[in-house]
Design a protein around this ligand. Structure first.
Ligand code: ADP
Ligand code: MG
Length: 699
């Protein structure tokens, strides 16, 4: 029996339909107004909403509620309170008030605050975000909330995102008004995050400390087969994977998460899920829930879902493509070029504003995707390079050229595509081809920012993107606002020309993976911030401070505290990896190696006695190799331990991060290289953990 998906969809969400059914008309209207226009919500409205919400939640099996928030740990947090209120002799009511809906007071002292909140001042507040619908997860009503300190500083990922969306809307509307679009009152940033992940067998996972503690393998030589046959991408789904994806879709649909596309990715055991886009805020919330549900559903199928950016050496890592656009309240997409983009000045203004924003604030975009995990992708030999450039495609590039040079743009017209065989349908060709190597690509009616790490929240990158674009739109409006109507078109053309001239250096339509591009980018003056340690300081630069404080996205203290948290996360992640590698080498690998070497020597001796001959050259060579490997590994292990001690003694957080990147990680890599080589010489029975071929090819 097929399930009724439309009925299933959103069944665990306090969605519009439920609200309309459950709320008194005036309350419903007031709430809608808040959701749509961002207006303030009165307490009596909140009280009425709380009653309806609780009733609905209890009907759907919920016993608890939680203010669900996104602290700076990068994952979500929840503290569950039951609805019960004892009323006397063993009796209770199920209660929930407007006050409980609107505000929570979790003890905030154990969340990262980057020095914003001393532990003696542990009070933190969570505040209901009515623009993101409440939902039921595991019998608990989850209320999406923002999280701030007693003195009002943001301690989470949601608050700045909401602030940046408001700023962007205001600036976009202002520019549209100048263009005569009085009908537009609100503009929403929309986001569709494509999520990559790996699935491996749970029993194998449990045998590897590195996967358990770090989410990635710190050791392991490549399997005989990697991704070179290009046979996994879009390949047929194996039954176990297909069953997982099926369950995952259903769980997500129940939560109103519009999971749309699923497929195998390039690397063996790698997959992808793409939802339909939503407002940036809801997309960010939904992406967090998606990652959580992926892990849960995987467990049920005897699998483990790895969201780390680089779980395995030698094959692709995982990213998250942040598809981003702007939707006006009439439903139109402001980045839609239309049939004749060359004449669409509104589109061209928004397009060039994004180009300028990305060029001017490339360093902040780079910071927004920086993490210890993502360092293994960006600037390494895969995925987008660490240099930020924009892919526009031929047609748009030609249009911008013609504006810059006052030449005539000949519209090629829509090209009818024919695949050559008459039975195949003809269709109209897209105006951009795909370019998989660009970190920031225009893909028809949206930009796709591809540098995000697979496990990170999408909030940070969208905060930067929204704010940077808002800043440029505001500059555009300043220039155009006092221009008389009959000169407006000329002034817009000259603004476009100036913008293209100054910022076309960030446009690059070629292959972003080549060395030539790195050279060329340097000539163009584009930043190449290879590691997180290189990138983080840009966040506290005067330019960053100016941008974020002027638009009231962050205060200076909030910026500094986030900077501290970035560095702290980075350092702690690498410490945990180093300590895990030390343990694996010391307690698992080297003892196994010793045991194997010992057994080899015993066999050689036994042969000597039994066959009355001395050890053969092969035996000697082999034992010699294992023994010298042991010596070498032992030395590299001591080096790693002492690098770790040195790192822990560096008190300056930035110097510490740099040391972690330059020295500690390279100590780890050296030890790994030696152990991986020894691994190839040891029989499976002696190896203390499952190898790459088992991890990647056992499903
Ligand atoms: P691909 O990147 O493989 O071409 P799609 O064209 O299907 O994939 O789009 C990828 C993602 O882009 C999806 O999540 C989709 O919902 C999202 N997307 C489409 N239009 C917009 C938009 N206007 N704003 C934000 N995201 C969008
Ligand atoms: Mg894509």
């Amino acid at each position: 029996m097929g399930k009724n998906i439309p009925e299933l969809y959103g069944s665990l969400v306090f969605n519009d339909k439920v609200m309309r059914n459950k709320l008194p008309k005036d309350v419903y209207k007031a709430l809608r107004k808040t959701i749509e226009n961002g207006t303030h919500l009165e307490l009596d409205v909140a009280n009425a909403v709380a009653v309806a919400m609780k009733e609905w939640a209890v009907e759907n099996g919920a016993t608890h509620f939680t203010h669900w928030f996104q602290p700076m740990t990068g994952i979500t947090a929840e503290k569950h309170d039951s609805f019960i209120t004892p009323t006397g002799d063993c009796e209770i009511n199920m209660d929930f008030s407007g006050k409980e809906l609107v505000k929570g007071e979790p003890d905030a002292s154990s969340f990262p605050s980057g020095g914003l909140r001393a532990t003696f001042e542990a009070r933190g507040y969570t505040a209901w975000d009515p623009t993101s619908p409440a939902f039921i997860k595991d019998g608990t009503l989850c209320i999406p909330t923002a999280f701030c300190s007693y003195s009002g500083e943001a301690l989470d990922k949601k608050t700045p995102l909401l602030r940046s969306m408001e700023t962007l809307s205001r600036e976009a509307v202002r520019l549209l008004r100048i263009l005569g679009r009085d009908d537009i009152t609100r503009v929403l940033a929309t986001v569709g995050p494509e999520q990559e992940y790996f699935l491996i067998d749970k029993d194998l996972y449990k045998k590897r400390k590195d996967l358990i503690f770090c989410g990635r393998t710190l050791l392991g030589s490549p399997a005989p087969k990697g991704q070179e046959m290009e046979d996994h991408y879009f390949g047929v789904l194996k039954p176990r994977i297909s069953a997982f994806m099926h369950d995952l879709d259903e769980e997500l649909w129940k939560l109103g998460i519009p999971a749309k596309t699923k497929h195998n990715e390039v690397a063996p055991a790698q997959h992808e899920l793409a939802p339909v886009f939503e407002t940036a805020n809801i997309a960010a919330d939904h992406n967090q829930v998606t990652m959580e549900i992926m892990k849960k559903v995987a467990e049920k199928h005897g699998l483990v879902c790895l969201l780390h950016e680089k779980p395995f050496e030698g094959i692709n890592g995982s990213g998250k493509h942040n598809n981003w656009s702007l939707t006006a309240n009439d439903g139109s997409n402001l980045l839609n070029p239309g049939k004749t983009p060359a004449e669409n000045t509104q589109f061209l203004l928004f397009l060039t504003a994004v180009i300028q924003a990305v060029d001017e604030y490339a360093d902040l975009l780079r910071v927004s995707v920086a993490s210890a995990g993502n360092d293994h992708r960006l600037g390494a030999n895969e995925a987008p390079p660490a240099i930020i450039s924009i892919f526009l495609g031929e047609e748009l590039s030609a249009i911008l050229d013609s504006i810059e040079n006052d030449t005539f743009f000949k519209d090629p017209g829509r090209i009818l595509m024919s695949a050559g065989a008459t039975v195949l349908p003809h269709f109209i060709k897209d105006n951009t081809d795909r370019n998989r190597t660009s970190p920031f690509a225009f893909t028809g009616n949206k930009f796709e920012f591809r540098m995000l790490g697979s496990h990170a929240s999408v909030s940070g990158p969208n905060v930067v993107l929204n704010t940077a674009v808002a800043e440029i739109l505001s500059q555009f409006s300043d220039r155009l606002c006092n221009v008389p109507k009959d000169h407006l078109h000329d002034e817009i053309m000259s603004l476009l020309k100036d913008t293209i001239r100054s910022h076309k250096k960030v446009v690059f339509n070629g292959n972003g993976y080549t060395d030539e591009w790195i050279e060329e980018a340097q000539k163009r003056g584009l930043a190449n911030l290879r590691s997180s340690a290189d990138a983080f300081p840009k966040f506290i630069s005067p330019k960053s401070m100016d941008l974020f404080t002027r638009h009231q996205i962050f205060t200076e203290e909030e910026i500094r505290s986030r900077y501290e948290i970035f560095l702290e996360n980075y350092r702690k992640t690498i410490y945990i990896e180093a300590k895990t590698l030390v343990e694996m080498a010391e307690k698992e690998f080297l003892p196994s190696l010793l045991a194997y070497t010992g057994d080899m020597i015993k066999i050689a001796f036994a042969k000597q006695n039994f066959l009355s001959r001395t050890a053969s050259d092969a035996e000697k060579f082999f034992i010699e190799h294992l023994s010298s490997g042991y010596e070498e590994a032992f030395q590299l292990l001591s080096d790693l331990k002492s690098s770790l001690c040195t790192a822990q003694a560096i008190s300056d957080p930035l110097k510490n991060a740099q040391y972690c990147h330059d020295t500690l990680l390279s100590s780890m890599e050296k030890l790994r290289a030696t152990l991986d080589d020894l691994e190839t010489r040891m029989p499976s029975d002696y190896l203390p953990y499952p190898t790459y071929d088992q991890l990647l090819f056992s499903i």
